[in-house]
Write a protein that binds this ligand. Structure first.
Ligand code: B12
Length: 269
């Protein structure tokens, strides 16, 4: 229930009322042809051949998802036994923007010079950052985007800061080996990347590392940070991490977080 005392569930089932209610109540619905008409498209794959029955199956699934008047606008065979669909339709669900809880970023985005100044003031030396792509995951591009000088989208990575000494262990690193190396290097922060989410492999690997760190009693020695395209920052506490970064993370965002987190409780400014 929002502060305005209205619940998105109270919205009329009559789609013709939707734009009016949206305007009056501050609710938003998907936009297709007109504001608030609730039109959207969804995509999915079904394990069936691409034929007329497949269209009917996709529409039926969409109706069960409360998508009204579903139309299959794209159907493509993925081999003989699977079919990919894009279905267009409309929903009467609405979002009450006032009722949403969104975490504000607790740290400011700093420029290079300020990151260098704060980390050096806090530690009296460069911070040691040890990074790896964990477990069976062979993807390194995301990790390199954050760590290497070349960075991401014109934003240089942590190696370009005076404030950080970066040790990049690359991919398929076992949790135990990562913790060994982090301790050997005197890491202030351990940064791990997870890209593959099949069968929740990413969660499994992240939990394994968190358990290894906790099991060895070294949780206080370094910050534990994870990143990847399908990770949600809200999962940090549940997974036992200090911070989690999602898709489109910038190196500056990570550097700023490190400057903030490493100087908390110390004379940094
Ligand atoms: C390149 C690539 C590969 C390359 C990787 C090469 C390399 N050295 O990294 C190769 C060919 C090896 C590969 C292999 C596989 N891949 Co691949 N791959 C991709 C691809 C095309 C691009 C990924 C990428 O580089 N993105 C660019 C980077 C910059 O983006 P990013 O990873 O999201 O990183 C950003 C953020 O997420 C964040 N971030 C990421 N890591 C970290 C870490 C920290 C600490 C922080 C702070 C932030 C952070 O910051 C980055 C910058 O913003 C994607 C599809 C796609 N278009 O995304 C598939 C994809 C990731 N791969 C996929 C799959 C399935 C595989 C394979 C399993 C295929 C197979 N059957 O063999 C294997 C996996 C092997 C393994 N054991 O891991 C799937 C994953 C599906 C899933 N969610 O599980 C994808 C999505 C393709 C698909 N649509 O199916 N892959």
């Amino acid at each position: 229930m929002s502060e305005r005392g209205r619940d998105a569930g109270e919205v009329s089932r009559n789609m013709a009322d939707a734009p009016v209610e949206a305007a009056e109540w501050g609710l938003v619905r998907p936009y297709g042809d007109d504001t608030g008409d609730g039109r959207l498209q969804v995509s999915f794959t079904l394990p069936i051949p691409s034929d007329a029955r497949a269209d009917a199956a996709a529409r039926d699934l969409a109706r069960q998802m409360r998508i009204e008047r579903p139309i299959v606008v794209h159907r493509k065979a993925l081999g003989p036994d699977f079919t990919f669909f894009i279905v267009y339709g409309s929903v009467d669900a609405a979002v009450d923007l006032d009722a949403l809880e969104v975490e504000e970023r607790p740290f400011p985005i700093l420029d290079h010079r300020e990151v260098d100044r704060r980390v050096t003031a806090a530690l009296g030396r460069p911070a040691v950052v040890v990074g790896a792509s964990l477990g069976t995951d062979a993807h390194t591009v995301g990790l390199d985007a954050i760590l290497s000088v070349k960075g991401w989208a014109g934003d240089k990575g942590l190696e370009s800061y005076r404030a950080f000494r970066v040790v990049n262990l690359r991919s398929q690193v076992r949790p135990g080996d990562l913790v060994d190396r982090a301790l050997e290097e005197g890491a202030d922060a351990v940064l791990v990347s997870q890209t593959v989410t099949q069968r929740d492999a990413h969660l499994h690997h992240l939990r394994e590392l968190a358990a290894e760190v906790a099991g060895r009693g070294v949780s206080e020695r370094f910050l534990l940070i994870a990143g990847g395209p399908r990770l949600n920052p809200a999962m940090a506490e549940e997974l036992g991490y200090d911070r989690i970064f999602g898709k489109e993370t910038t190196p500056a965002g990570v550097a700023s977080y490190l400057a903030w987190a490493l100087s908390r409780g110390r004379e940094a400014t």
